[in-house]
Ligand binder design. Structure first.
Ligand SMILES: Cc1cc2nc3c(=O)[nH]c(=O)nc-3n(C[C@H](O)[C@H](O)[C@H](O)COP(=O)(O)OP(=O)(O)OC[C@H]3O[C@@H](n4cnc5c(N)ncnc54)[C@H](O)[C@@H]3O)c2cc1C
Length: 510
């Protein structure tokens, strides 16, 4: 079998990559050793940036039909409410989806597989990656399926094969970082308590913590906590854990109908490079970290979105394969940053150092009310958690800044009319050029059409929309705008006017 791109792993990351490649009409195969998508709930939080990508794929209504918006987060210190974060609207004006959306990983995977199937593509389930050999002609991959051993010849392999990634191990790309000492527990169970069922409740005690995430099913929560030393050795049953939670957490609660219970060590690791030769790593294969902030699955979806359009540009539009190197330079620094941020959050909630205990039980109750009621701080928190803040400003594919339009950033969300906004306008596959009060659009078209990869770029004259002036004014753009948006909706180039030489020099980076 021959293919351009072989994706190993059909978790959320591999499936997203497959969906995006199918959208760009690029030849690929996707294999997974399992028999189908996961049945476990695993990741629960779908961040705003992932929702925007689902919207681009036309999956948003299906997502809404199966999940729910997390209404808010309540933080307790020693049983007393210390602060409330209104998650239900805390990113108002920053995204069409200004909240945290709850949709189990199993449903995310089913959604993505459904998209593939509707587009005539299927995952090759029960098919295991075994090894590969790379040479000048491509990568020759040994796989095993129900019929036995086979070889797939591909131009590139993507390891989206999870934390234990065999692709990563064979490629010998170092996985740097470490493991937290504590043993953590995760469970899905029904809960009875006197607290609301649509809030994320985080309970911080002197020597323990418990996080309770609302799940779509009535009264069902995802529990995350630490397994105490005395239970660690004994392969503790959930009943013992439930007794421990009731003993250590100051809020009374009881559990029933436990669907899933596991204990695990949390790692914080990232690869030194996301790409080596014809091998690419995405998702948990490239970075793993604590569940603080619900980032893991979402980061994998964004890795895939960054890589897919570059594969399309190289494999379909004939651009130089050097473009693929920007996948590493754009995504690897994000993984390092993400691990730092989740580590800080995690240490604060679960850490056992004296200062950490002091912050969560003494300082937080004093400041949380004020911190969470500040609009400025809420917006900062939303931007960080929702992943809309992830940027590629230092990339060679980013050039220019005009008001709130910064090359490398995800295109700002702004309204154009009552029924149209910036992300909706730029949703279709390919590059989009936004022009406002730019007079020489015909020159622009010539420049664009001369470039193979921009051949299908869509040019939008924003003057035709009633709300453009007001929206751009609020983003600090007063006179005119020329903005080139990449297929992943990050800004590539931005300026106030068309400077042909400048644009041509920018495009030469492709
Ligand atoms: C309890 C828990 C809670 C979490 N909560 C959140 C959350 O709220 N938000 C969030 O964003 N993230 C969360 N995460 C993290 C999230 O689950 C992972 O980040 C996500 O699953 C990563 O997806 P992936 O596709 O990269 O890898 P995986 O989901 O691990 O998928 C890898 C796939 O590769 C396949 N594979 C492996 N080896 C081979 C092989 N040799 N051949 C073929 N196929 C192979 C596997 O079968 C698997 O299907 C949570 C994780 C856990 C455990």
């Amino acid at each position: 079998m021959r293919t351009k791109i072989l994706i190993v792993g059909a978790g959320p990351t591999g499936l997203m990559l497959a969906c995006q490649l199918s959208r760009f009409n690029v030849d690929f195969q996707i294999i997974d050793k399992k028999s189908g998508t996961t049945t476990r709930s695993k990741a629960l939080g779908v961040q705003a940036r992932s929702m925007e990508i689902y919207d681009q794929l036309g999956l948003i209504d299906k997502a809404f039909a199966q999940g729910k918006i997390a209404d808010g987060a309540w933080f307790f210190a020693k049983g007393k409410i210390a602060g409330q974060l209104p998650l239900g609207r805390f990113g108002q004006g920053l995204s069409p989806f200004p909240y945290l959306f709850i949709l189990e990983q199993s449903k995310n995977e089913a959604l993505l597989e459904g998209y593939l199937n509707e587009n005539g593509r299927t995952v090759l389930w029960d098919t295991s990656f075994e090894s590969y050999i790379e040479d000048d002609s491509g990568v020759h991959v040994s796989i095993t399926d129900k019929e036995g051993h086979k070889v797939i010849h591909a131009d590139y392999i993507v390891g989206a094969d999870g934390a234990h990634s065999p692709v990563r191990k064979l490629s010998k790309i170092p996985f740097l970082g470490g493991t937290y000492e504590d043993l953590f527990l995760v469970a899905d169970a029904k809960i009875e308590w006197n607290l609301p069922y649509d809030k994320l409740c985080v309970m911080m005690e002197r020597d323990s913590f418990g996080a309770f995430f609302p799940m779509p099913e009535e009264k069902r929560v995802r529990i995350i906590s630490i397994v105490p030393d005395e239970l660690e050795e004994s392969n503790a049953s959930f009943d013992k854990i439930a007794a421990y939670l009731n003993d250590r957490l100051s809020v009374p609660m009881s559990f029933s109908d436990v669907k899933w219970f596991a204990t695990y060590k949390v790692h914080y690791k990232y690869v030194s490079q996301f790409n080596k030769g014809r091998i690419f790593l995405c998702g948990d294969a490239a970075h793993i970290h604590s569940p603080a902030g619900g980032q893991g699955m979402n980061t994998g979806l964004q890795d895939a979105t960054n890589l897919a359009w570059k594969f399309a540009a190289v494999c379909k539009n004939g651009l130089d394969a050097q473009l693929l190197k920007t996948y590493d330079t754009e995504r690897q620094p994000n993984a390092v940053q993400l691990i730092k941020t989740t580590d800080r959050g995690f240490q604060l909630i679960g850490g056992n150092k004296r200062w950490q205990r002091f912050v969560r039980t003494k300082l937080l109750p004093l400041v949380a009310g004020r911190v969470f009621s500040s609009d400025r701080i809420r917006r900062r928190i939303f931007k960080r958690i929702s992943q809309i803040e992830i940027h590629y400003r230092r990339s060679i594919l980013s050039k220019g800044k005009l008001g709130g339009f910064v090359a490398g950033d995800r295109l700002p969300y702004f309204e154009l009319s009552e029924t149209m906004h910036s992300l909706m306008l730029t949703a279709s596959p390919g590059f989009h050029i936004l022009c406002w009060k730019i007079h020489d659009i015909s020159t622009l078209k010539t420049i664009i059409e001369n470039k193979a990869m921009l051949g299908h770029a869509k040019v939008h004259d924003l003057s035709s929309f009633p709300l453009t002036s007001k929206s751009l004014d609020s983003l600090g753009v007063k006179n005119s705008l020329f903005c080139m948006v990449r297929p992943d909706q990050h800004i590539g180039y931005v300026a106030a006017t068309i400077k042909v030489k400048d644009i041509e020099s920018y495009l030469s980076n492709y």
